[in-house]
Design a protein around this ligand. Structure first.
Ligand code: PAF
Length: 313
């Protein structure tokens, strides 16, 4: 089975390295030529949970070996459309595309470009942090669920068995949209608060200020989800968000990682998506609107940050 992994970020490197280590034919695609060359030369370095290892993964920019069986889209959600357009010419009629990205809209973009039948969605609770070019810390293991998985000989089952062989804890599910919303609500409650306060996940439920904003943001997102008929994969959404905060207490959430690296964040596909969906159904989402606006202001003004200046009276 030949995998094309698109995007050498924290998740792209983790999946590419583990699949390659398990013996699969893997190509990593990076749109930045110089970075692709470095990863290709040096390999991917994983600071794992129990071991540290380096593995060579063929990494290319532009053209890639034709017609991979599976394409794993691991770019940030705001790059999904560009990445899909960039690979469109090189993939065959049988190629299946998979997204495990954060946020709303990734499955829909891929379906629009490649057709509904060839796109799998899903979620992953693997924790991975990008330390440098082709270097990651695998911070925690969690379940990876893909689907729809109705056909026992279908692509979801093949992918699940490849993931499991590569050491992931994976299964298939039918209603991936519910799972994507389930993960979305966790990100809604955690990510922008970490980006604004620069706190690790574990502190958010403890401080009265972040706890209150989290509760309100989650409440709004749940109202939108319910109005859309989403069946969330847990009974108590706030309890789930707090549980994830504790389970990932020492994590630097992906949105805070983006802010620390002065990069664009995924706010638009997370809290921004709740605002858009709410608006379409006349459901007020003022807290998500405020969080979205603040994170947008942060990412639009990195060069102007006031850091440790001496203030004169
Ligand atoms: O985006 C992230 O960082 C993760 O999805 C989560 C669950 C918030 C943990 O840090």
């Amino acid at each position: 089975m030949h995998f094309l992994v698109v995007g050498p970020g924290a998740m792209g490197c983790l999946f590419a390295a583990r699949l390659k280590k398990a013996g699969y034919d893997v190509t990593l695609l990076d749109y930045i030529e110089e970075r692709a060359r470095r990863i290709n030369d040096q390999g991917i370095l994983i600071h794992g949970l129990s071991e540290k290892y380096r593995i060579k993964v063929p990494t290319v920019s532009g053209t890639f070996p034709s017609e991979p069986d599976l394409v794993l889209i691991c770019v940030k959600s705001y790059k999904t459309r560009d990445a899909a357009q960039a690979i469109k010419q090189g993939i065959g009629p049988q190629t299946v595309l998979v997204t495990l990205q954060n946020g709303l809209g990734n499955v829909e973009i891929l379906q629009e470009i490649f057709g509904e039948e060839r796109v799998l969605g899903g979620v992953t609770a693997e924790g991975s942090t990008l330390l440098g070019t082709g270097e990651i810390r695998h911070a925690g293991q969690g379940e990876t669920i893909v689907g729809p998985g109705r056909d026992p000989n279908g692509p979801a089952e093949k992918l699940v068995s490849a993931f499991n062989r590569a050491g992931f804890n994976s299964k298939s599910a039918d209603h991936v949209n519910d799972l994507i919303w389930g993960k979305l609500i966790v990100n809604v409650g955690i990510n922008p608060l970490t980006a604004i306060t620069r706190l690790k996940n574990g502190r958010l439920p403890d401080l009265p200020g972040t706890r209150m904003v989290m509760e309100e943001a989650v409440k709004e997102a749940v109202a939108v989800a319910r109005a859309k008929g989403v069946d969330l994969p847990y009974p108590d959404p706030l309890a789930r968000v707090i549980e994830v905060c504790h389970a990932t207490a020492v994590n630097v959430a992906s949105m805070l990682q983006d802010v620390l690296k002065r990069r664009q964040t995924e706010i638009d596909a997370i809290n921004g998506a709740i605002v858009r969906e709410g608006k379409a159904m006349n459901i007020p989402t003022p807290v998500n609107f405020t969080l979205t606006s603040l994170v947008q202001a942060i990412q639009d003004s990195y060069a102007e940050r006031v850091i440790g200046e001496t203030l004169v009276a």
